[in-house]
Design a protein around this ligand. Structure first.
Ligand code: DGT
Ligand code: CA
Ligand code: CA
Length: 574
């Protein structure tokens, strides 16, 4: 049974949650959370490391206790300690943690004070206004919980792209190994790099479907088969992810790929073009009467309606067909175009690795420059830097640059934008840095007018160069703050500063449509990892996916440029 890092991480998260609900030792809780995070970001499968007999305690964030548990989970598929904890708590209590505003501590209160351990019970309690009187709660929290529960069902069924990726890729790899299979592609919203996916759509080219269906049944992660025929199946994975599998003959592969990649709106628009030419497009091919005229490749499908191939990320019927007709499709940016990363943290604040480790990881990620941009002092939770500590880090970076070959480390800061639009560190110090990233980490609930004014004011600061995660959203957790993004984008152009496409899987911020808006306004974007560990550079691919959905080319992105050019452009903002 293949055990993925995400499975082990989920066990650790659940242990931490249960400990915290119980009111357990904070250090132990933190250890499990760090471990979960380290695993989720690990570049390789822990199971493989166990198989090689590697010393797991050498991984960041993994101590003796966690290493033992990883071994146990990989070998047995279970964690006895978790099983025991689950027996001691009502099953499903951790579900409550998905409610915004409810951390393990508050869930503990709900459980101990009102014996609430299901969403149903919670819903009833908020309706009866029994929650607002509990210690640590209030009328506002209660309202928030109620409005969330009202729309709960529709939201949680989708999975973040990065969370779906390991499941999608390992199932695709499994199917590729089946005898007679020619090709496998993960289609649907996954291929279009949407930030969340509702289900996976896996397309298989094979001469006979039955063998594929049989093997699919044997896949260990399949929890149950929802529906199955000889060429199609819908299965539910243990992770809760639903997968549609379709098998087609190789001569239909391109047509099926186009059909199952979607989006629906794009498909309809393409079919309409076909109708005008007296053609019919379906998932089996392009037909003129009964005669198949195309369909083996996607290119042939597009060609049949006189279009060039359109990248999946653009297929949302948002003007891509017109652009294709006019021959002005953008040449989309690729991961390999990135030359540097301008947003990363070290263990001087809330990162996990040292300066040197981060720089070495950036080299391994193929980058030739990177900026270290720690949090500033206002962000106490992250142990943000004050002037003295920043100066010390600047010295350390100078020293590292002298010794280290293969990369240049730039000096930066992710400085807090204060409530009044000021920046959290003195001007003369900011002026000595290579890059100043401004970020909103507080006061998310200001009115639109106030929030916009606050950010515009920060951007006016003489040393401001990049606006970090401009909307402040956390996918499925926190809505973007209310702000006039058009105004911010226009202001960025006037000021000559840049907007970030933060590649963190929970952020993907700016989003696709704002990327496109910025591009049209002539504002350069910066695709950054916001790395907090050496493993996080792997997230850049998701930022690139978002950038591609936003029609961005290499030219639209600052950090595809050489260090020399980037320095010049950054200096112009200072
Ligand atoms: P999701 O799963 O909600 O993240 O979004 P998609 O785009 O993956 O949608 P899904 O899984 O329902 O279907 C996958 C693709 O298959 C979809 O993008 C287009 C195609 N498709 C499915 N059903 C229909 C349909 O009734 N009409 C058309 N034109 N296309 C369809
Ligand atoms: Ca889908
Ligand atoms: Ca589907």
């Amino acid at each position: 049974m293949p055990v993925h890092n995400a499975d082990i991480a989920a066990v650790f998260e659940e242990i931490a949650d249960l400990l915290e609900i119980e009111g357990g030792d904070p250090f132990r809780i933190r250890a499990y959370r760090n471990g979960a995070r380290a695993l989720a970001n690990l570049g390789q499968e822990a199971a493989a490391l166990v198989a090689q007999g590697a010393d797991l305690t050498e991984l960041p964030g993994i101590g003796e206790r966690l290493a033992e548990k990883i071994q146990e989970i990989v070998k047995t598929g279970h964690c006895k300690a978790l099983d025991k904890m689950r027996r001691a708590m009502p099953s499903g209590i951790t579900e409550l943690l998905h409610v915004p505003g409810l951390g393990p501590k508050r869930v503990g209160t709900l459980y101990h004070e009102l014996d609430i351990h299901t969403l149903e019970q919670l819903h009833r309690a908020v309706r009866d206004h029994r929650v607002q009187t509990l210690p640590g709660f209030g009328a506002k929290t209660e309202e928030k919980i109620e409005s969330f529960l009202a729309q709960y069902k529709t939201d949680t069924q989708r999975l973040k792209l990065a969370a779906a990726a390991p499941y999608a890729e390992s199932l695709a790899a499994f199917l590729r190994d089946v005898k007679g299979v020619v090709e496998v592609t993960i289609a649907g919203s996954y291929r279009r790099c949407k930030e969340t996916v509702g289900d996976l759509d896996i397309l298989v080219a094979a001469r006979a479907g039955a063998a594929v269906m049989q093997r699919l049944d044997a896949y260990d992660e399949v929890k149950n088969v929802v529906a199955q025929g000889t060429t199609r199946a819908t299965v539910m994975l243990r992770s809760g992810l639903q997968v549609d599998v379709r098998v087609v003959r190789p001569e239909s592969y391109g047509a099926a790929l186009h059909y199952f990649t979607g989006s629906r709106a794009h498909n309809i628009a393409v079919r309409r073009l076909a109708q005008k030419k007296g053609l019919k497009i379906n998932e089996y091919g392009v037909f003129k009467g009964d005669k198949r005229v195309a369909g083996e490749t996607e290119e042939s499908v597009f060609e049949s309606v006189d279009l060039p191939w359109i990248a999946p990320e653009l297929r949302e019927n948002q003007g891509e067909i017109e652009a294709a007709k006019r021959g002005v499709l953008p040449q989309l940016i690729e991961l390999s175009d990135l030359k540097g990363d301008l947003h990363a943290h070290t263990n001087a604040t809330d990162g996990h690795n040292t300066l040197k480790e981060m720089a070495e990881a950036a080299i391994r990620a193929g980058l030739s420059y990177m900026a270290i941009t720690e949090h500033s002092k206002h962000l106490r939770m992250a142990h943000g830097l004050d002037s003295r500590r920043l100066l010390k880090q600047m010295d350390a970076i100078d020293q590292l640059n002298e010794r280290l070959e293969g990369i240049t480390v730039l000096k930066g800061i992710e400085v807090d934008i204060l409530d009044d639009g000021g920046l959290d560190l003195p001007d003369d110090l900011l002026g000595r840095l290579d890059v100043v990233i401004g970020a909103v980490h507080s006061q998310f609930h200001l009115s639109r007018a106030k929030q916009t004014a606050r950010i515009l004011k920060a951007m006016d600061h003489p040393h401001f160069s990049i606006l970090a995660h401009p909307s402040g959203r956390l996918l499925q957790e926190r809505d973007p703050y209310d702000v006039d993004m058009e105004k911010i984008i226009r202001h960025a152009r006037v000021r000559g500063c840049f907007l970030e496409v933060n590649a963190h899987p929970e952020r993907l911020d700016l989003n696709d449509s704002h990327c496109r808006m910025a591009k049209e306004e002539g504002v350069l974007l910066v695709v950054d990892s916001d790395a907090h560990s050496t493993l996080d550079f792997g997230n850049l691919r998701f930022g690139i996916g978002q950038a591609r959905r936003g029609w961005l080319t290499r030219e639209d992105v600052l950090n595809t440029r050489s260090l020399k050019e980037v320095r010049k452009l950054l200096r112009a903002t200072m």
